[in-house]
Write a protein that binds this ligand. Structure first.
Ligand SMILES: Cc1cc2nc3c(=O)[nH]c(=O)nc-3n(C[C@H](O)[C@H](O)[C@H](O)COP(=O)(O)OP(=O)(O)OC[C@H]3O[C@@H](n4cnc5c(N)ncnc54)[C@H](O)[C@@H]3O)c2cc1C
Length: 459
C-alpha cells in the first residue's frame, strides 16, 4: 500500500516490526491492521488521513498506545501512528513546552524538570500525552495546577479533510474547547503547547502501606485527611498487593495492602508537615515517603503496570466517601483473583474544581471529590484461568458501587465494552450535546470513530 508523499515508515503484515508495531499496552488487544503508517511529521499525517479516506479504510490513531480499550489499533484498517514523534521543546522564559503528538509523559517530565518546571501529567511515565490530554488529564499536580487540559494553551490538528488547523483561545475556540476533554473525536493532534509551573525538582512524595485488614479504617482516616489537604498535596489510594519493587523488603512482596501515595508540589518542609498525620496513622507496614526527584516519583509505578499484561478496567466517580461506600470498597477490593489487580482512587477538588464547568469539555468538576478505577490485571498465560473471573469481578465491584456512585466517569478510564450510555455519562447531557455540534462541524462523516465515540448529527 503506497501512500503518496509519505516520508515515514510503512509497516504491513510480514514486516519484521509488524507484531511489535501493532501491540498496545493492553496485551489482551490483538488486532491486525492492514497498514501502520508511522508518521515522521504533520505532512505524513495529512497524507495518511487523505489516503485512508480515498481507500475507505478504518482509521485508528495511536499516541502512546496506552488506552485500556485498545482503540489505538484496529483490524484491517490503517493505524496513524505518532509514536516516532516524541520531541519536547521547553521555553523556560515563557514557561511553556511544545510537545509532539506521540510523546509519553516520561519524555515531558524529563525535559521540563531540567528547568525545574512541570505540568500536570499522568502518574505512569509510559502513558501517552495525546490520549491523556484529550480526555482531560489527571495526576499528582492537578489539585495545585489543574487538569492537564487546564494547562493546554494550543494544539495543532489534522482534520478529517486532511487540513491542518490550530486551536487555541483565539483560533477555532470551539474546537479548542472540545479538544479539552472530548477525546480523539475531532482529528489527529500533532502537537500540544502546555503551560508549565515551578515544581521540585525535589518533592516530598511516596506511598505509605498498611495491611489490607486495616483498609476500612485507613479509608475513614483518609476521607478527612484528603478533605483537609492543601492544594499542593496530591493523593492517590491503592487497594492492592505490595508490589515486588527493589525498594521494598521481600517479605512484604505481594502482601494484600492499602497504600496512600502522596506528592507535595511545594517546599520540602511544608511537604513534610502536610504528610505528618498520614505517616503517623495506625501501624504502617512500610513508609516510603521521602524527599525525592519529581521525575523519579513520576516513573515509580512504571514497572507495576508493564506493557503486555492483560487488563480490564471499570471506573466511576464517587460523590463522597460515606461509611457505606468505604465498606463496599474494602470488601470488594481484596476479592480479586490476581495479585496484579488493584483498585485506585484519585482525589480531585482544589484547582480542578475551581475551573468553571463549562470552560472545557471535561464535565462534573465541582461535584466529584473522588474517582475509583477498578484495575483488573493478569499475565497473558493466565487469560483462560483468571481473565474471565477478573473481568466478572471488576463488573461486580462496579455494580456494588452503583447506589453510591456519582453519575459520571472519566472518559479515559472507560473500557471497550461500555457502550454509548457511558460515553454520554462521562460528559453529561449539556457538554455532550455541545460536543456533538462541534463533531458535526469538524468531522461530519465520523471518520474518527475508533475511540469513545461522539457521533455527529448526520453520522
Ligand atoms: C497504566 C496507566 C496509567 C494511567 N494513568 C493515568 C493518569 O495518571 N491520568 C490520566 O488522566 N490518565 C491515565 N491513564 C489513562 C490514559 O489517559 C489513557 O489510557 C490515554 O488514552 C493514554 O493516551 P495514549 O496517547 O497513550 O492513548 P492511545 O492508546 O494511543 O490512544 C487512545 C485514543 O486516544 C486518541 N488519540 C491518541 N493519540 C491521539 C492524537 N495524537 N490525536 C488525536 N487522538 C489521539 C485516539 O482516539 C485513540 O484511540 C492511564 C492509563 C494507563 C494504562
Amino acid at each position: 500500500m503506497e501512500i503518496n508523499e509519505f516520508q515515514g515508515q510503512r509497516i504491513t503484515a510480514g514486516h519484521a516490526e509488524y507484531d511489535t508495531a501493532r501491540a498496545v499496552w493492553n496485551g489482551a488487544i490483538d488486532r491486525h491492521p492492514r497498514l501502520i503508517a508511522r508518521c515522521s511529521g504533520t505532512a505524513d499525517v495529512v497524507a495518511a488521513v487523505r489516503f485512508a479516506r480515498e481507500h475507505d479504510l478504518e482509521i485508528a490513531v495511536r499516541g502512546g498506545g496506552h488506552g485500556v480499550a485498545g482503540s489505538a489499533v484496529c483490524d484491517d484498517g490503517i493505524v496513524i501512528d505518532l509514536s516516532a514523534k516524541r520531541a519536547v521543546r521547553v521555553d523556560p522564559a515563557r514557561r511553556t513546552a511544545q510537545v509532539q503528538g506521540g510523546a509519553l509523559w516520561g519524555d515531558v517530565d524529563q525535559q521540563t524538570q531540567a528547568h525545574g518546571l512541570a505540568t500536570t501529567g499522568g502518574i505512569v511515565g509510559h502513558t501517552g500525552v495525546a490520549g491523556l490530554t484529550l480526555g482531560g488529564g489527571i495526576g499528582w499536580l492537578m489539585r495545585k495546577h489543574g487538569l492537564t487540559i487546564d494547562n493546554l494553551l494550543a494544539a495543532e490538528m489534522v482534520t478529517a479533510e486532511g487540513s491542518v488547523v490550530h486551536a487555541s483561545a483565539d483560533e477555532h475556540p470551539d474546537l479548542f474547547w472540545a479538544l479539552r476533554g472530548g477525546g480523539g473525536n475531532f482529528g489527529v493532534v500533532t502537537s500540544f503547547r502546555f503551560a508549565l509551573h515551578p515544581v521540585g525538582p525535589t518533592v516530598v512524595a511516596g506511598p505509605v502501606f498498611w495491611a489490607a485488614e486495616d483498609a476500612a479504617e485507613v479509608l475513614r482516616f483518609y476521607r478527612d485527611f484528603a478533605a483537609d489537604a492543601p492544594d499542593e498535596l496530591g493523593n492517590i489510594v491503592k487497594l492492592c498487593t505490595v508490589p515486588p519493587l527493589p525498594v521494598i523488603p521481600e517479605d512484604l512482596h505481594w502482601r494484600p495492602a492499602i497504600a496512600v501515595g502522596s506528592c507535595y508540589a511545594g517546599g520540602i518542609e511544608e511537604g513534610e508537615r502536610a504528610v505528618e498525620a498520614l505517616r503517623g496513622f495506625g501501624s504502617p507496614l512500610i513508609d516510603l515517603i521521602a524527599p525525592k526527584p519529581y521525575v523519579a516519583h513520576q516513573c515509580a509505578l512504571d514497572d507495576t503496570v508493564p506493557h503486555g499484561w492483560h487488563y480490564y478496567w471499570k471506573s466511576t466517580n464517587l460523590a463522597g466517601l460515606s461509611d457505606d461506600v468505604i465498606s463496599v470498597i474494602a470488601d470488594h477490593a481484596y476479592r480479586a483473583n490476581s495479585p496484579r489487580t488493584y483498585a485506585a482512587m484519585f482525589h480531585f477538588e482544589g484547582a480542578v474544581a475551581r475551573v468553571p464547568n463549562d470552560a472545557t469539555a471535561y464535565a462534573g468538576r465541582d461535584a466529584v471529590p473522588h474517582n475509583i478505577i477498578i484495575h483488573g490485571a493478569w499475565l497473558p498465560e493466565q487469560a483462560d484461568e483468571i481473565g474471565a473471573a477478573e473481568t466478572e469481578w471488576a463488573r461486580g465491584f462496579l455494580r456494588a458501587l452503583e447506589p453510591h456512585r456519582a453519575e459520571s466517569v472519566y472518559v479515559n478510564f472507560l473500557s471497550a465494552d461500555e457502550g454509548p450510555g457511558r460515553i454520554r455519562e462521562a460528559y453529561g447531557p449539556g457538554v455532550y450535546d455541545r460536543l456533538v455540534d462541534i463533531k458535526t462541524k469538524y468531522d461530519p462523516d465520523n471518520v474518527f470513530h475508533h475511540n469513545q465515540n461522539i457521533r455527529p448529527r448526520s453520522g
